[in-house]
Design a protein. Structure first.
Length: 229
C-alpha cells in the first residue's frame, strides 16, 4: 500500500497508547490542554471514551498527594474497583487529516502528512505542530450538540439516511455536514436513491478539498463511506 493510504487509526490524548507509563502531572496537564485546544477549534474530532487500567490502583497516601485536576482516579463503581479509571479523548487519523488539509490549502497533501504526522510506521499525530496550527491559523468553532444535529437531520431526513450515519458524518466533516446534507437532498429530489445521492454528495464535498488527491478521495470513498449506508 502507498505510504499515504493511511489507516483510520484512533489516537488517545490523555494517555496515548504508544506511551507505556502513565503520564505524570506535567504531561497530564499538557495533554488536557491539547484537549481544550481541539475542543475550541475542531470539536467534532474528539470522541469521549471511558478507559480503565485493571488490577492497578493508587495507594491511599499517593492518592491524597495528587492534584484535583489529575484525571486518573481509583475506580469507585462495582465494575471498576481495583482499577484506575479516566476519561480519554480519541481522535481518528482521517478526519484529522481532512481538517488539516482544509486549513492548509496552500500545502500539498504530502506536505501536510509529513508536517503533522510523525514519520514512524504508525504515523501518530505531531500534536505540537497541530496545536500550534490550530491556535495560529484556525477560528474557534463551537461543538454541535446532539439536539442541534437532530434539528439539522430533520431538514434532510427525507433522503432516508439513518440518523446515526448522519451523526457519524459530523464526526468526519464537522459543520460541513449541514451543507453536505443540502447537497444530498438536491440529488435525492432528482433520483430518489439514498445510497447514490449521499455517495454523490460526499464525493462532491471531498472534491472541494483541493489538496486531497483523487487517489486518496477514491480510497476514502471505497474504504469508509461506501460502507456507511
Amino acid at each position: 500500500m502507498d505510504k499515504y493510504l493511511l489507516q483510520n487509526t484512533h489516537h488517545y490524548i490523555v494517555w496515548p497508547v504508544e506511551q507505556s507509563n502513565m503520564p505524570d502531572i506535567r504531561q497530564s496537564r499538557n495533554n488536557q490542554d491539547l484537549v481544550v485546544t481541539l475542543n475550541k477549534y475542531a470539536p467534532h474530532l474528539l470522541r469521549t471514551e471511558k478507559r480503565l487500567l485493571v488490577q492497578k490502583s493508587f495507594r491511599f497516601l499517593k492518592q491524597l498527594t495528587l492534584p484535583k485536576d489529575y484525571p486518573f482516579k481509583n475506580g469507585q463503581q462495582t465494575t471498576t474497583k481495583g482499577s484506575i479509571v479516566w476519561t480519554d479523548y480519541a481522535v481518528y487519523t482521517w478526519p484529522l487529516i481532512i481538517q488539516l488539509l482544509k486549513s492548509n490549502a496552500s500545502l500539498s497533501f504530502e506536505n501536510v502528512i509529513d508536517k503533522y504526522l510523525n514519520s514512524q510506521a504508525n504515523r501518530t499525530p505531531n500534536w505540537t505542530a497541530i496545536k500550534e496550527h490550530l491556535i495560529t491559523s484556525c477560528t474557534e468553532t463551537k461543538f454541535i450538540t446532539t439536539d442541534e444535529l437532530d434539528q439539522w437531520y430533520d431538514e434532510i431526513g427525507t433522503t432516508l439516511i439513518k440518523p446515526q450515519v448522519y451523526h457519524e458524518l459530523y464526526r468526519w466533516f464537522g459543520d460541513d455536514v449541514r451543507e453536505l446534507g443540502y447537497t444530498a437532498f438536491d440529488y435525492f429530489m432528482e433520483e430518489r436513491n439514498t445510497f447514490s445521492t449521499w455517495q454523490k454528495a460526499i464525493h462532491a464535498h471531498l472534491s472541494t478539498i483541493t489538496n486531497l488527491p483523487n487517489e486518496q478521495r477514491d480510497y476514502l470513498m471505497s474504504k469508509h463511506f461506501n460502507n456507511l449506508f
